[in-house]
Design a protein around this ligand. Structure first.
Ligand code: GLY
Length: 305
């Protein structure tokens, strides 16, 4: 049994480990841990602690994949709802669909008993509004948000320069290999923007026969490259995990146009191996690992390419 997650998973990782130890199904165990990450306001890229979109609304993305059945549930740009990773799991379990977005996802949440959450922190609202005041003329501020937003998407930058996510991957010989993700997405994103976290094949993918992968940071790149699926397909074609991850990184490096920044790739294979690789992200990147041979989860440094 192995559980892998990115550094932002700290509020919920130990809970997921406990649930796995207790025999809870892997996706439920990961979603329970992610729910704690989503509620932790110190995590500024996931759930309640995240930054709002350009018009000051929180919009969440999440995805889950059962690597044994290859069923997927995903939600994108969902307002007023936590835990969204749980909502993604409910999409997978209750609907014939893979993904719901926006108002439809919120309608589904209401229908199955999720409360309306006030998810915009006072601090996030203050920072968002102060930025708008600096960027906009008094006339545009008075008309906001009924102004063109495209120029703002070029001028306002992320307050923490992160486009992060939380990603969890589990692998077990009997229980299979599974993936779960959740994010509040890119700060000040254009309303309705989806990142890679709800996009199977880009932000996550799992196939119990071969392995799984999940990405953090620049979804605009992994969506263009199908990064998570590339890794699992490379495993299927006989590449080692080490080579599969580097193949996916090479594809990211081949991008020349569009928005380009960093990506962190998390991956596991069906032999119990794992890789966490930092492709052009600034600063130290670390990740959480627990295997059933470990007394406690360990925070380890990622490999920088
Ligand atoms: N990887 C997170 C995002 O692009 O929203």
């Amino acid at each position: 049994m192995l559980l892998l997650a990115n550094a932002e998973a700290w509020p919920g990782f130990a809970t997921s480990v406990d649930r796995l130890r207790g025999g809870m199904p892997s996706l439920d165990a990961m979603v329970e841990g992610i729910g704690l990450v989503e509620r932790e306001t110190k995590v500024r890229s996931v759930g309640h602690g995240g930054w709002p979109n350009m018009i000051g609304r929180m919009e969440f993305d999440a995805g889950v994949m059962d690597g044994t059945t290859r069923e997927v549930g995903a939600v994108g740009a969902v307002p007023d709802t936590l835990p969204v990773s749980k909502l993604a799991l409910e999409v997978m379990r209750r609907l014939p669909h893979v993904m719901l977005t926006g108002d439809g996802a919120r309608r589904f949440a209401t229908e199955i008993g999720f409360p309306h959450d006030e998810t915009l922190l006072d601090d996030s609202r203050r920072v968002w509004w102060e930025r708008l005041q600096r960027e906009l003329s008094p006339e545009d501020l008075a008309r906001f948000p009924d102004i063109p937003l495209v120029p703002l998407s070029r001028t306002i930058t992320d307050p923490e320069r992160v486009r992060d996510t939380t990603v969890f991957l589990s692998a077990d010989r009997d229980a299979g290999i599974h993936a779960a993700t959740s994010t509040s997405g890119w700060a000040w994103k254009y309303p309705g923007r989806l990142g890679d976290s709800p996009i199977p094949g880009a932000g996550f993918y799992a196939d119990s026969r071969f392995g799984a992968a999940a990405c953090t940071h620049t979804g605009e790149m992994t969506m263009r490259c199908g990064t998570a699926r590339t890794i699992v397909l490379a495993l299927r074609l006989g590449h080692t995990l080490h080579d599969a991850v580097r193949l996916a990184a090479e594809e990211l490096a081949e991008l020349r146009e569009g928005f380009l920044a960093g990506v962190v790739i998390h991956a596991v294979d069906a032999h119990g191996q794992h890789e966490v690789v930092n492709f052009r992200c600034e600063g130290e990147i670390s990740y959480w690992l627990w295997t059933d041979g470990m007394a406690e989860p360990e925070l380890r440094p990622a490999t920088t390419l």
